[in-house]
Design a protein around this ligand. Structure first.
Ligand code: SAH
Ligand code: SF4
Ligand code: F3S
Length: 440
């Protein structure tokens, strides 16, 4: 048999891209490829890209520029662009960077092996269709390779919300949910391969409405309860959610499902009702705050995470202060905040921009507040008992690193334990980005 060819994938953007990259590696395994960590010895380089902000999209072109030399040295090297830039820009990418051999959108990954074959014949391959068939079913994993203890599992793709700033509904298409039976089968397979924690993924995962086990459709909470029955699976998480899709059964599950971890990423984007309206978010600051109260009633120790955009068109200092007020009231243990970036083709792209320096200044003030909250909440873990899923060896002998229920990184001496075990630990110290624990 011929030596396997080498595939180098670089992944940008959200967790769904991480999941897709893993699936692509597995799909290309069937075409005689194995993954490599270095572009230098690759026969194929694939960039799995993100289009969410201008900077993210531009990164792709500078990265492609860096591979130019390699391609000159090794004319057989194939270069491909996958992900959301591929979907948004399609053939434009090949025009701008003629050395690109292949462009594949997120819904067409199962066609990757045939596309690669086409490039081997010296042709360009382009596929940005939204085909009828389920790409996940076609992207069957190669059986039984051992997996790390924490894994992603995509259950839903696309978004129907059309927030005025966002490219996702265009790059990932309409909301589609995978049938529950397939999700459960994949979860069982992951557990057999060593996985103990599964994060269910979707651009709008709490809008999940996949085909249920006995026909009809299933909510995300019902799916979580089915996964709760999977022996050997210890932890369930899900991301990302929209406030308007937090249904009662999902809120309740946070209090009653032991495997569902007390961590929730629930983006609000802004604290100003005027801006929320212009963003087409269809919730208010008040309705969001009430929602958080209800979820915290179900699960008082919940750690909340969020996303924010500052400098959205027509945001005044007063609107920005409303965001700061909301953050002070809600208190986030973790957060992502961004300066608004104009995305061509989205409704907000036509609107007048906030002064760039002013937006930078607001972002700094918001990030300082979020950082303080994050530190305060992390520090408050000292003295508490947590469970830690051990994910890797630490720097010193006998030391291991894992994640608490609240997704904090925890370092501890874990002699006698192994990767994949869940340790009980008492937190003794809080550092910049992690905690130190002692085994109980
Ligand atoms: N589906 C998820 C995530 C979407 S993208 C959700 O609804 O929350 C992740 C985050 O990127 C968004 O929550 C938003 O805060 C940010 N984002 C999206 N488009 C943006 C833009 N044009 N400029 C700046 N930030 C943006
Ligand atoms: Fe984008 Fe809004 Fe959909 Fe999230 S809910 S993916 S921000 S359109
Ligand atoms: Fe980026 Fe696409 Fe994810 S735009 S955030 S990679 S859905």
């Amino acid at each position: 048999m011929a030596d396997p060819k080498k595939l180098f994938i670089k992944t940008y953007g959200c967790q769904m891209n991480v999941y897709d990259s893993e699936r692509m590696v597995e799909a290309m395994g069937g075409a005689g490829y194995e993954a490599t960590d270095t572009p230098d010895d690759a026969d194929m380089i694939l960039l799995n890209t993100c289009h969410i902000r201008e900077k993210a999209a531009e990164k792709v072109y500078s990265e492609l520029g860096r591979f130019k030399g390699l391609k000159t040295e090794k004319p057989d090297l194939k270069i491909g662009v996958a992900g959301c830039v591929a979907q948004a820009e399609g053939a434009e990418i090949m025009k701008r960077q003629p050395m690109v051999d292949l462009v594949v959108g997120p819904q067409a990954y199962h066609r990757l092996p045939e596309m690669e074959e086409k490039t081997r014949k010296g042709k360009k391959a382009l596929d940005t269709d939204f085909p009828e068939e389920d790409k996940f079913e076609k992207l069957k994993s190669r059986p039984k390779a051992k997996r790390a203890p924490a894994a992603f599992l995509t259950v839903q793709e696309g978004c129907d919300k059309f927030c005025a700033f966002c490219v996702v509904p265009y790059t990932r298409g309409a909301e589609v949910s995978r049938p529950a039976e397939r999700v459960i089968r994949e979860a069982q397979d992951l557990v057999e391969r060593g996985v103990r924690e599964i994060t269910l993924l979707g651009q709008n995962v709490n809008a999940y409405h996949g085909e249920g086990l006995n026909g009809g459709s299933m909510t995300l909470a019902q799916l979580i309860w089915e996964l709760d029955k999977v022996d050997g699976l210890e932890r369930i998480r899900f991301t990302t959610s929209h406030p308007n899709d937090m249904q009662d059964d999902l809120i309740e599950a946070h209090g009653t499902c032991k495997k569902l971890m007390p961590y929730l990423h629930l983006p609000v984007q802004s604290g100003s009702d005027k801006i929320l309206k212009r963003m087409n978010r269809s919730h208010t600051a008040e309705s969001y705050i009430r929602l958080i109260e209800r979820i915290r009633e179900a699960r008082p120790d919940l750690l909340l995470s969020g996303d924010f955009i500052v400098g959205f068109p027509e945001e005044t200092e007063e609107d920005f202060q409303a965001t700061m007020d909301l953050v002070r009231e809600v208190k986030y243990g973790q957060a992502y905040s961004f300066k608004y970036s104009t995305r061509p083709g989205t409704p907000a792209a036509e609107r007048p921009l906030v002064d760039s320096a002013e937006a930078d200044d607001r972002l700094q003030r918001l990030q300082a507040l979020l950082r303080d909250q994050q530190t305060e909440i992390q520090d408050s873990m000292v003295g508490r008992e947590v469970s830690v899923l051990l994910e890797r060896e630490g720097r010193e002998a006998g030391q291991m690193v894992g994640k608490s229920e609240y997704l904090h990184s925890v370092h501890l001496d874990a002699k006698g334990l192994k990767i994949g075990d869940v340790a009980r630990a008492k937190i003794v110290k809080s550092m910049t980005n992690s905690l130190t624990g002692e085994l109980i």
